[in-house]
Design a protein around this ligand. Sequence first.
Ligand code: SAM
Length: 214
Amino acid sequence: MEFIDPELLEYCEAHTSEEDALLKKITRETQAKVLMPRMLSGQLQGKFLELMVKMHQPKTILEIGTYTGYSAICMARGLSKEGKLITLDINDELEKMVRGFFEESGLSAQIDYRLGNALDLIPTIEGDFDFVFIDADKENYLPYYQLVIDRVSKGGVILADNVLWSGKVLPKGRKKLDKDTAALLEFNRFVQEDPRVENSLLPIRDGLMLARKL
Ligand SMILES: C[S@@+](CC[C@H](N)C(=O)[O-])C[C@H]1O[C@@H](n2cnc3c(N)ncnc32)[C@H](O)[C@@H]1O
């Protein structure tokens, strides 16, 4: 399902800062070599993430779902010299490629890339988070949120990707209610009712839930 007229989307992209050579290379190599290249954030969302980080200036970012490193590099570019980004992924097959991209970005000293199941890794990370980007398996969005929410600093941000799930959050957008859609419906409902945050569901790409810790 297209959320806006494809020509309007093209217009938005034409009025969003262009990707540099490295982001273009990550996109090209992801499309050529990796399954499901649609998972990559892309120019519009990538720039939005970079700008959010530049405006918010978090000391610690947690990303759940590295994939080929596109969104991690976008966010790391927004960090100050003291900031760090911890990014988690269960898929070790992409490790060599991803570490190569992090090296090329010149930001590898600020990026802590950890492999394993995020549900197991998050409790092993010390300290609080100022900015969290949830972009992994949909059925664990709520468990991830519950694992991090009490560790997000006051005024800190949680962003969760794909919360419109190609329109399947609406009955008219789906044939049947599959488990990923059910999990996202539950996640969106929980955040909406959570008194610890204020939130806005943004129709950027496949839907971004933006929650700010009160
Ligand atoms: C949508 S992709 C992430 C895209 C990336 N954030 C970007 O914008 O370029 C989702 C990633 O989550 C990872 N993933 C899925 N289940 C996971 C889990 N339980 N723990 C950690 N990572 C997981 C997948 O291996 C995949 O690389």
